[in-house]
Design a protein around this ligand. Structure first.
Ligand code: NAG
Ligand code: NAG
Length: 618
């Protein structure tokens, strides 16, 4: 641990809202026609994209909030580096760094979030980024480990919303800024996608080209442009040049950005013909006992219609989701590697990643398929009277589905570095607006769940457990009736349970005005990477003004050097901190998903549609 260098005093004044409520929450089940589509992206070779079919105003929500599923220490448990291809982990193209998601990063040493739903699908386009994704909120969906057998079986991170960054015209493709790393780290899969700098380099080339005199020979001009674009040494800046001579002529007048904007809008008619609706489902509290959240129809869906498309991320060997124990010495201490890292004990499987519960599999196969369609993670199980089923996407309706993969082996799938399978949730009877959408997860799942219910008993100490979410509130209204936070002195007498840790949110931008150290500039960039200028710090409440419900707190602010190495800590005292800026989190490895008795089971691909070629287990 580094030393504490100095104490500064700051007054908490302005700040940016964390988890700001959407300015216009979409009312349910009134929209007759689909407002959000999944369809081929306007970016060549970028696969599928997400499009709005209605005009959206800046600040409004796009689609419905998604769930984020934390995946913890996945490199450690797999004994390798997923980005370097040490093991097959397609989710690496879809998982988000947890720091961009919210409190989830506190769950483990290394956390990534799988966000099936709109979060996984929009393409990234630096110049056109038009939607920002909010932090998630965390709660246990009313489940408590002292009474609910479902505790720990669901992700508590919900409410990740897409918020329009500007007015969006109907037909616009949705672009989210994933950060440039997202592309540069995935070059082998995505190819050379232009990043911001590529455009800076491309523009002078475009201008230079258009000063050339072709003597009215437009064919020669077009040929030369095609030649430039086809140049076999590919680069990001080459990719940033407009595709066709027509687009390049237009770009000279209106700029590359405007031509791209024009090219990124499709007609609603086209979307209806070539896309699939993404907003038939919205989340809500499930009617299924112990299930937490569920998926509800936003409109009438006739029998036989697609309720939701589900592109699938494949995990060829489900062992990739195993959680192992550590190697211990005779005295019960962790054995460390020469780099000082704990070593996994592959003979001791302690459990499975929570992600397993959100994937489909089959008892005769090691393959898992994890849908990333919007809202589908919320669909609960009903064995007796489901109203949807899963079917392989028909070739004519395929967005990514490659039917030949159904005849290929699991080893073949292991070699496939981008998703190529897709199924649809199809209504097996008419579904009414606001009706809960339910799928039969299959007999194996049903049997496993029944056995779980029969054997389940609370873990020791469950009745005393207080989850961080029980103490949190997110805006002034919600905080009015909420628990006051005990000050440091009060905690000496009446401590919080060991799993709890207090963090405070504090806007950084404001700080910079106040002669902060230059090191903190690094932070600003980090904050921008998160899409927010606010940040959070470990925090000790010092005193509380009961009348105005504000606190004075002491923050521990780490300081980084030019190489982002943590070199120091500053103690900063901040006054007038509102209640909602003080947040409880569960310490690493203490939340419900780590319960030793948490239910884990994949959903089942029905025998009827399970391809024989994928059978690799007896
Ligand atoms: C590894 O796990 C196995 C099975 O639980 C156990 O018997 C063994 O002692 C463990 N080895 C070490 C070094 O911890
Ligand atoms: C589908 O997969 C096969 C391999 O089985 C591949 O040869 C083919 O190019 C793929 N089709 C498309 C349209 O990607």
């Amino acid at each position: 641990m580094t030393s504490v260098r100095s104490i500064r005093r700051v007054v908490w004044t302005t700040f940016l809202l964390i988890n700001a409520p959407p300015s216009a929450a979409r009312e349910s089940s009134t929209a007759q026609t689909c407002a959000l589509f999944m369809a081929p992206s306007t970016i060549p070779n970028a696969g599928i994209g997400v499009f709005t079919a209605i005009n959206v105003k800046e600040g409004e929500q796009v689609g419905y909030p998604d769930l984020a599923i934390p995946v913890t220490d996945v490199d450690w448990h797999n004994g390798g580096n997923r980005q370097e291809g040490d093991y097959h982990w397609l989710w690496k193209n879809y998982d988000w760094l947890s720091s961009a998601i919210g409190h989830l990063s506190f769950e483990a040493e290394e956390v990534v979030a799988c966000i099936p739903g709109v979060g996984a699908m929009p393409n990234c386009h630096f110049r056109l980024s038009n939607v920002r994704e909010s932090f998630t909120k965390y709660d246990t969906a009313t489940l408590h480990r002292s009474k609910d057998a479902g505790a720990g079986a669901i992700s508590g991170y919900s409410g990740r919303e897409g918020i329009a960054l500007r007015d969006l015209r109907e037909g616009s493709e949705i672009f989210v800024d994933y950060g440039e790393h997202w592309f540069t780290l995935r070059e082998n899969v995505l190819g050379l996608v232009p990043v911001a700098e590529s455009y800076t380099l491309a523009e002078p080339v475009l201008e230079k080209f258009h000063t050339l005199d072709f003597n009215g020979q437009n064919d020669a001009k077009a040929d030369l442009w095609a030649l430039i674009k086809d140049f076999s040494y590919k680069s990001r800046s080459l990719a940033a040049l407009p595709r066709t001579i027509e687009a390049s002529n237009r770009a000279i007048d209106v700029g590359i950005k405007e031509t791209e904007l024009e090219a990124s809008i499709r007609s609603v008619q086209w979307l209806k013909q070539n896309g699939k609706c993404l907003d038939n489902l919205r989340p809500g509290m499930s009617s299924v006992d112990g299930a937490g959240r569920g998926a509800f129809a936003t409109r009438f869906i006739p029998k036989g219609d697609i309720v939701a498309p589900a592109p699938l991320v494949h995990i060829p060997y489900k062992d990739a989701l195993s959680l192992f124990g550590e190697m211990k010495d005779e005295d019960g201490f962790n054995i460390l590697s020469s780099e000082g890292i704990t070593i996994r004990n592959t003979s001791e499987v302690r459990g499975k990643q929570l992600l397993l519960n959100y994937c489909f599999g089959h008892s005769k196969s090691t393959l898992l398929l994890c849908p990333y369609g919007s809202g589908t993670t919320y669909i609960n199980h009903n064995h007796k009277s489901p109203n949807v089923k899963i079917v392989w996407t028909e070739e004519s309706k395929a967005l990514i589905h490659n039917t030949t993969w159904l005849q290929q082996s699991v080893d073949f799938l292991e070699d496939q570095l981008s998703p190529g399978l897709e199924f649809d949730y199809v209504a097996i009877r008419n579904i009414q607006p606001d009706e809960e959408v339910l799928l039969d997860y299959g007999k194996d799942w049903e049997d496993a769940w029944r056995a779980h219910l029969k054997n389940w008993k609370p873990v020791e100490g469950a009745d005393k457990f207080v989850d961080a979410s029980q103490l949190n509130c997110f805006d002034d209204d919600e905080c009015k009736g909420a628990h006051v936070v005990r000050t440091h002195a009060e905690q000496e007498v009446n401590p919080y349970t060991d799993n709890l840790w207090i963090w405070c949110y504090f806007s950084y931008e404001d700080e910079r005005e106040m002669t902060w150290n230059i090191e903190l500039d690094e932070w600003r960039n980090w904050g921008e990477f998160n899409g927010d200028n606010k940040f959070r710090y470990p925090c000790t409440p010092l005193s509380r003004n009961d009348a105005s419900m504000v606190y004075s707190v002491e923050l521990v602010v780490p300081v980084y050097d030019d190489y982002m190495a943590h070199v120091d800590d500053l103690l900063v005292e901040v006054q007038n901190v509102p209640r909602w800026a003080i947040q409880f989190v569960n310490r690493q490895y203490t939340s419900d998903m780590y319960l030793s008795n948490a239910f884990r089971h994949e959903m089942m691909i029905p025998d009827k549609i399970f391809p024989k070629a994928w059978k690799n287990l007896e």
